[in-house]
Design a protein around this ligand. Sequence first.
Ligand code: TYM
Length: 340
Amino acid sequence: MNEVMTNEVKKKIVYSGVQPSGNLTIGNYLGAIKNFSAFSEDYECYYCVVDLHSVTVRQVPAELRKRTYEGLAVYMACGLDPQKNTLYVQSHVHEHAELSWLLGCNTMFGELSRMTQFKDKSRKHAENINAGLFTYPVLMAADILLYQTDIVPIGSDQKQHLELARDIAVRFNTTYSETFKVPEPYMPKSGARIMSLAEPTQKMSKSDPNANAIVYILDKKDDIIRKFRRAVTDSGSEIVMGEGKDGINNLITIYSVLSGKTCEEVEREFAGKGYGDFKTAVGELCADVLRPVQEEYARLIADKKYLEEVMKLGAERASYAARRTLSKVKRKMGFTDIPR
Ligand code: TYM
């Protein structure tokens, strides 16, 4: 074992993933990706572009391929150094699919039937309620458990999936003896659920057909400001959080997370100002925060060779860890090795 591996073993493990199933939004950024780099120094971090998850919904193959590269470039543009973090593509590490089958045989139909995301997606894609959509949380559990993960930074919409991953791990450990680390979620206090700008009672989602509801990480400054200026708010005028003020609550939250100020500080800063001024200020701040990310992204996406080197390095590192867990799982379940 080399020196790097020795250090890796001692550190706690952080794991998360983002689907390359659409352009990434500020929900993905504020709820998840922005928080990833904070773990890089003290933890062993795995951040995955979860392309296998994406095909639960029909994808245009060329688009999926393109967005997989883009996902990796966004990770790096958001500050993830590929030397300090294992950045990789899920389908490059076949152990994910293999463990998913084994865990699926330890997951109950009833548990999967209760997943709210399955129910939502079945409603949205009524013409394609495939088995993968149903077993999706098992693959997510496999992602996490393969790396003996301690902490999973996620937005609040993934909490139920994480709880299932914990239940699967505990059940497996009880049945076959201690095998998996039982992971904990990490959700930011503020920003774990960024809402749609058009329908602020709904989560901002990259699959929303209304482009005005979503601010993409790679949106141009003018578009960002225009979308915030159009954001749906109530008929009030004061910049204060409150019951039933979903639109303004969302904008204050976004401003607070982008600026690092508390919501109360934001309210004080905008005391006496109207919704119009505030919306413009949120848009400008958002565009300013995203500008360096977008500049770095433009540089990275033009360098396919470098992205492929990162992919290769990530796949090697991830496979090393994944192989160890998978072989342990197979041994415990009674599978035989190919005789040497
Ligand atoms: P995905 O690709 O939908 O979203 C990626 C991350 O972004 C968070 N997120 C949000 N946070 C706040 N506000 C929002 N509006 C918002 N929209 C999305 C998500 O919570 C997520 O953290 N199943 C996962 C991907 C996945 C995964 C994993 C995550 C697969 N395997 C293992 C963690 C660990 C998903 O579809 O995320």
